[in-house]
Design a protein around this ligand. Structure first.
Ligand SMILES: Nc1ncnc2c1ncn2[C@@H]1O[C@H](COP(=O)(O)OP(=O)(O)OP(=O)(O)O)[C@@H](O)[C@H]1O
Ligand SMILES: [Mg+2]
Length: 478
């Protein structure tokens, strides 16, 4: 929960889930059954050896002669086990992620009739998992017979030398039988060694993986708790950004002050608009001295304090499998029903919600599958409106609505936007024309910034999209 966006590019959901299920279970087994078996084996063997020593020291030492073979074999094999377990757990993570992503995109798979090929790919992953598990089983399989061999050799030695001692009347027949009984007691601990080594190696491997995950630190500096943002004005000074796992600079030396009013952002696809929104929403880290909030470097402010000032509507509307009510009230759980309805009306979604049989209490299925794309976007917009924070970032929020609804929403939002800093990403000329300033991003660089009417005259990109969208409009009217 405390990690920044780059952590989630590095670890897939499936892998994080596998850490929480499979790896934790392995640690649990090692600490539970593994520890019980280890203590049991230790107590039994110490007691058995003590009784054997009491009967005859020499015979005991001879009986224990094959023991080093078991110790050496266990050491050698357990070194091998570690790598193999690592591989098995890694593959389990891969399978979990594959299953998760296949099931969550099942509609897409069906549209491309990929069910069979996806099942085959899962089959291949499963086969690799089985193969690595078998490589682990081979080692485990070796430990068991080695333990039995060592135990049986000890028995053979005792029968031979102990038998002679009985014949020579050095020990009594009763002692000899008792000695053999104690040796039998030793055989179980020897066999348990294999099992304990297996469980503990599996546990240690998994624990290492868990620690590795836990040692990841958020790239966002925690900031000092007393440094509170003094105002909600963002200032970007020569801000550049590169995604942590890549080399390409996505935002290049952007200098900009975000003041109250609507700042439209546009630019060709892939130019970095969403990246800029996410950097401002403090999902990704920035270098010191490049992003300021009310004159304070954001790196000195806790990410939460910044996030509390920002309402962010992401490009893909992200919804949860709960009711519409809960989805809208997501950032503001105590909001009254009146406020929720008001927000839904502003986002022009209220009329569609009340048509659902259960209205605001309708469940919307995983990721909002029971809603249309445009409805999902407007639910996400209503959520941001309800949060009512001073900075609003809307990443192409009206891309999936028709022009009539678009007009209605813009009119509804205008009074609500008063006094707030609004960052409005859009590719539509109609939406950009209604903003106070437009920023054109091209290849991560600012290629134009200014009032729409001025910019449209001399910015090539903006001029071009206006020409195209006008042509389109004329064609539709014709
Ligand atoms: N998590 C990530 N890791 C590495 N590179 C990324 C990541 N997300 C996006 N990019 C790259 O950053 C660039 C800018 O992406 P971004 O999503 O900001 O574009 P955009 O302007 O919002 O495009 P669109 O108009 O299509 O929404 C793209 O080239 C993309 O490949
Ligand atoms: Mg985008």
């Amino acid at each position: 929960m405390s990690m920044d966006g780059s952590f989630f590019s590095k670890y897939s959901t499936g892998s994080i889930m596998a850490h929480g299920s499979n790896d934790l279970a392995a640690v649990q087994m090692a600490c539970g059954m593994g520890l019980v078996a280890a203590i049991d084996a230790l107590v039994m063997s110490v007691a058995a050896i003590a009784f054997m020593l009491d009967i005859h020291v020499g015979l005991t030492l001879i009986a224990l002669l094959p023991m080093p073979i078991l110790i050496l074999a266990t050491r050698f094999l357990s070194q091998n086990l570690h790598h193999r377990f690592d591989r098995v757990q890694e593959q389990f993570s891969g399978m979990t992620e594959f299953a998760r992503s296949s099931i969550s995109s099942i509609r897409l798979l069906k549209a491309y009739t990929l069910e069979k090929s996806q099942s085959r790919r899962f089959g291949r992953l499963g086969k690799e998992y089985v193969d690595s598990s078998i490589r682990v089983a081979i080692i485990q399989g070796l430990l068991f017979p080695i333990a039995t061999l060592v135990g049986s050799s000890a028995m053979l030695i005792v029968l031979y030398f102990g038998g002679r001692l009985v014949i020579l009347e050095t020990i009594s027949m009763g002692d000899f039988v008792a000695f053999i009984t104690y040796l039998y007691m030793l055989i179980w601990p020897m066999m348990a060694v294999g099992w304990v080594v297996n469980l503990s190696q599996r546990g240690v491997t998994s624990l290492r993986r868990i620690f590795l995950l836990l040692s990841e630190k958020s790239q966002l500096p925690p900031g000092s708790t007393d440094a509170q943002p003094t105002s909600s004005l963002f200032e970007l000074r020569n801000l550049s950004f590169t995604y942590p796992q890549s080399k390409r600079r996505i935002l290049d030396a952007i200098t900009l002050t975000i003041t109250p009013g609507i700042l439209g952002i546009t630019g060709p696809t892939g130019c970095g608009k969403t990246t800029l929104c996410q950097v401002l929403a403090r999902i990704y880290p920035v270098a010191n001295g490049t992003l300021f909030l009310g004159k304070t470097d954001v790196n000195n402010i806790s990410p939460e304090s910044v996030q509390e000032l920002v309402s962010y509507v992401s490009q893909e509307a992200l919804l949860f499998s709960s009711s519409l009510h809960e989805n809208i009230a997501f950032g503001n759980a105590d909001a009254s029903m009146d406020l929720i309805i008001k927000a839904a009306k502003a986002a022009a979604i209220h009329d569609e919600i009340i048509v659902f049989p259960e209205g605001y209490e309708s469940m919307i299925g995983e990721k909002g599958v029971t809603l249309s794309g445009g409805q999902r976007g407007r639910v996400a917009l209503a959520r941001a409106i309800l949060c009512d924070r001073p900075i609003i970032i809307i990443d192409d929020g009206l891309a999936a609505v028709d022009t009539g609804t678009e007009q209605e929403i813009i009119e509804n939002l205008t009074p609500w936007f008063k006094g707030k800093s609004v960052i409005w990403v859009s590719q539509r000329i109609k939406q950009l024309a209604g903003t106070d300033r437009v920023l054109v991003l091209e290849d991560g660089k600012v290629s134009g910034l200014g009032p729409y009417d001025e910019l449209v005259q001399h910015n090539a990109f903006l001029g071009e999209i206006r020409r195209r969208q006008r042509l389109q409009g004329e064609k539709m009217n014709a």
